[in-house]
Design a protein around this ligand. Structure first.
Ligand SMILES: [Zn+2]
Length: 444
């Protein structure tokens, strides 16, 4: 049993609200058979990943993000020779991370090409957790970001200690659900909203959690006994889209999340933008509205100060002289209540202006709008698009605005993708994922 599991008292386990979702395979993936005769040894897999050459990492990332590919096409895409691809793939195949690419089966149809090379999605798993003020949501995903299990744990009071306990409970529950397969979990990533220093694993500032300079990475490596990554939640979502979503085949895109905060993740010229200080794309705090609006960050005039769900509720409550919930605010706006409609209109205008600002600065092909606020998106839509069109400069306005329904599990799935990326790129320098994965202390 793992340390985390052994620490979870049985009585507390009973409190869990969990959902085992079963194994969801990607559409089009090989129908669910795990080849037991070639099942990979997790220790060998992790060792190969840690020692992979840059060429092997390139090939592996290509297969991971593009799916099964013939060797000749891998060579074209990565700029390597076919011989170099074969050399790069050999240790990955030996460890069971990659399969196929062999000669055609004897007796098969003449002229049939060698089978494409593909990643075994079961070879490595990752755990992602999203830390909210009232709950921790966790998922286990396979190598291609398919959710295997999920679990959640309520948090009464989001102190660093209570959140650490809740994350440990969620991880231990996921390990139980995985059983023997929990030794395939390569790392755990916790996604937190706010200013996160991934290099040190420190949450420098999170208004949502009320945290300043919390060493969450150190707390979690100690509590879990596993390698840990701490990541900004929107950047984790951007990493997931980069490898497994709209970013595949897209050089530059942005994600804008609408909900309890207004977040933005940037992917420019093939790279997820991290910035020199770990803060980039904070469109929620662009000063695009009047100074009378005070933001949760303490500054004035921020986008979030009028467009976050709490800001919308606050403004409509204030206009009516009575507290309303978000659901009531939405109903009022749909029913034509002028004050409620004006608040949503302002939010849409300010978000649209912020998106135009992002487009003017970074030139994305696509802006993906997602987040829990997207369910009420029709209330923002007209004003948002009008403001975008009014402020996007020249060809920047050609970028497509795409909506994506979003569940809270998606945040945790983003965190798991960030963990996978850190594990796969751990030898890379420059991309610097290497320094961001915090190593668990060897256990006695
Ligand atoms: Zn702000």
């Amino acid at each position: 049993m793992t340390r985390a599991a052994s620490r979870a008292p049985a009585a507390r386990r009973a409190e869990w609200v969990t959902r085992a979702t079963g194994l969801h395979r990607h559409a089009g993936r090989r129908a669910g058979t795990v080849d037991a005769t070639t099942a990979s040894d997790p220790a060998a897999v992790f060792a190969v990943l840690r020692s992979a050459s840059p060429a092997a990492v390139d090939v592996f990332v290509h297969l991971l993000t593009r799916g099964p590919t013939a060797r000749i096409d891998v060579a074209r895409a990565t700029g390597l020779s076919q011989a170099a691809v074969t050399k790069a793939v050999a240790p990955l195949v030996a460890a069971g991370l990659v399969r196929g690419g062999g000669a055609p089966a004897p007796g098969g149809p003449p002229g049939r090409p060698a089978s494409p090379v593909r990643v075994d999605p079961e070879a490595v798993l990752a755990i992602g957790v999203k830390v909210n003020p009232d709950e921790v949501i966790g998922v286990v995903t396979d190598l291609q970001s398919g959710i295997v299990h999920s679990a959640r744990q309520d948090v009464d009071d989001p102190t660093p200690e209570r959140v650490t306990e809740a994350v440990a409970l969620v991880v231990s529950r996921l390990e139980e659900l995985l059983g023997d397969r929990s030794d395939r979990v390569a790392a755990v990533c916790a996604a937190v909203s706010g200013d996160v220093d991934t290099a040190s694993g420190t949450v420098r500032e999170s208004a949502l959690l009320g945290w300043t300079d919390v060493p969450l990475g150190a707390l979690l490596t100690e509590a879990l006994g596993r390698d840990v990554l701490i990541e900004n939640d929107v950047r984790a979502l951007t990493i997931a889209e980069h490898w497994f979503g709209v970013g595949v085949g897209t050089g530059s895109f942005a994600i804008v999340t609408i909900g309890s905060g207004i977040g933005c993740g940037l992917h420019v010229n093939g790279q997820v933008v991290e910035g020199a200080f770990g803060v980039a794309g904070e469109i929620g705090h662009l000063p695009l509205t009047s100074q009378e609006h005070v933001c949760t960050c303490g500054r004035r005039g921020c986008v979030e100060a009028v467009a976050s769900s709490s800001a919308i509720v606050r403004q409509i409550s204030s206009a009516r002289g009575a507290e309303v919930t978000m659901a009531e605010a939405v109903t009022l706006a749909h029913a034509g209540d002028a004050a409620a409609a004006a608040v949503f209109d302002l939010a849409g205008t300010v978000i649209g202006t912020a998106i135009a600002t992002v487009a003017n600065l970074t030139g994305p092909e696509i802006v993906l709008i997602t987040g829990e606020g997207v369910s009420d998106y029709e209330l923002f839509d007209d004003r948002l698009r009008a403001a975008f069109a009014a402020h996007a400069f020249g060809a920047a306005g050609e970028c497509r605005i795409v909506l994506r329904p979003h569940s809270f599990d998606d945040w945790a799935r983003g965190a798991a993708a960030a963990a996978l990326r850190a594990v796969v790129l751990q030898r890379m320098v420059g991309g610097s994922a290497a320094s961001h994965l915090l190593r668990a202390q060897p256990q006695e």
